[in-house]
Design a protein around this ligand. Structure first.
Ligand code: AQP
Length: 333
């Protein structure tokens, strides 16, 4: 049976990019593979974000991220769900992999290049991020990794690290493959500034648990096809992020209506956005309702995370033991 692993950073409110790009697949694969679907809130990764060194905020965001995943339909009784720092083997394996990975390869990672360019002082953790990610995945010998397209290069590096380890110490790890949602490879930010991302702040994101009127305020002013200057100008819905979002939230007749209407100037951008908001409301209301119910029962989330860490360690411990033996650490007794 395939083994699935994926992680999500507690760097802010989960957004629709996380949801359609990754979390929906967590649920789908969870239904198929049960406890062999392993998901975690990667709080160690979050430390590479400049805003993460806030004791209260990190703990709260970690808890909220777990809650959001349960609200979208992940059942902690059915899958394995935990917090990364609760399973220390992630860091141990990461250190071993660090020594199999040339610095030059890490410096070539586009996410590192993009993020480090914006920083005056670059933490070395940002460079090592993909090594820790490889350890996260391989610690469970996972072969399937549901992620958005932005993680493609990191998964390729994970495969490379698995190959290197296997070559040096004997066949141990599978070479994992990414599992994408082809309809949501890279969801654009609502500010029109590249990929939607938590660390870009609230101007970029449509939060999964964000009040619907706040979402509408962002959609109302969101950029559309710049070539469509007047209401009477025809537009190109393929060059408009509202067109992209319709494909995620609206039914086929609505998508046909707005795409056709935009091309013939038969519908204005405001009406097009209102139709989108209808789909957004239908999608997000049940998720937000479930989140509200879970907020009334924080012990449910806490207990699930305690149990999840226990389950994850039970899988990781023998694999880590195998690794220690193969690497040649001294064993006493
Ligand atoms: N815009 C997106 N479209 C599709 N998939 C996405 N993912 C993230 N953004 C999009 C996928 O969501 C999973 C969790 O990734 P993350 O926790 O790294 O999310 P993030 O929003 O990208 O958060 P950050 O740092 O905190 O990153 P940036 O710098 O982008 O803002 C992953 O599977 C990811 O691919």
């Amino acid at each position: 049976m395939p083994r699935v692993f994926s992680g999500i950073q507690p760097t802010g409110e989960p957004h629709i990019g996380n949801y359609f790009g990754a979390m929906q697949n967590y649920v789908k694969l969870g239904d198929l593979y049960g406890k062999n679907s392993i998901y975690c809130v990667v709080d160690l990764h979050a430390l590479t974000s400049p805003t993460a060194f806030d004791r209260q905020l990190l703990a709260q965001r970690t808890f909220d991220m777990a809650l959001a995943n349960f609200a979208v339909g992940l059942d902690p009784q059915k899958v394995t769900f935990f917090v990364q720092s609760h399973v220390p083997e992630h860091q141990e394996l990461s250190w071993i992999f660090t020594n199999l990975t040339p610095v030059g390869e890490l410096e070539r990672m586009t996410q590192y290049k993009d993020k480090s360019e914006q920083l005056e002082s670059v933490p070395s953790g940002l460079l090592m991020y993909p090594v820790l990610m490889a350890a996260d995945i391989l610690l469970y010998k996972a072969d399937t990794v549901p992620v958005g397209e932005d993680q493609t290069q990191h998964i390729e590096l994970t495969r490379e690290i698995a190959r290197k380890f296997n070559h040096a110490f004997g066949e141990t790890f599978p070479e994992p493959k990414a599992e994408y949602n082809r309809q949501a490879l890279r969801i654009p930010g609502v500010d029109g500034n590249g990929k939607m991302g938590k660390s870009k702040g609230e101007t970029s994101t449509l939060g999964l648990l964000e009040p619907l009127d706040a979402i509408w305020q962002k959609l109302r002013v969101a950029p559309t096809d710049p070539a469509r200057v007047r209401r009477t100008d025809p537009g190109d819905p393929d060059k408009c992020l509202i067109g992209d979002y319709h494909k995620l939230f609206s039914d086929l007749p609505t998508i046909d209506l707005v795409y056709q209407g935009c091309r013939t100037a038969g519908i204005g951008c405001v009406d097009c956005k209102k139709l989108l908001m209808k789909g957004v409301t239908e999608h997000l209301t049940p998720i937000q309702d479930r989140a509200e119910t879970l907020r009334q029962d924080p012990d449910f989330v806490r207990d699930a995370l305690v149990q999840g860490a226990r389950e994850a360690r039970a899988i990781a411990a023998p694999i880590m033991d195998e690794v220690r033996t193969k690497v040649g650490f001294l064993k006493l007794g």
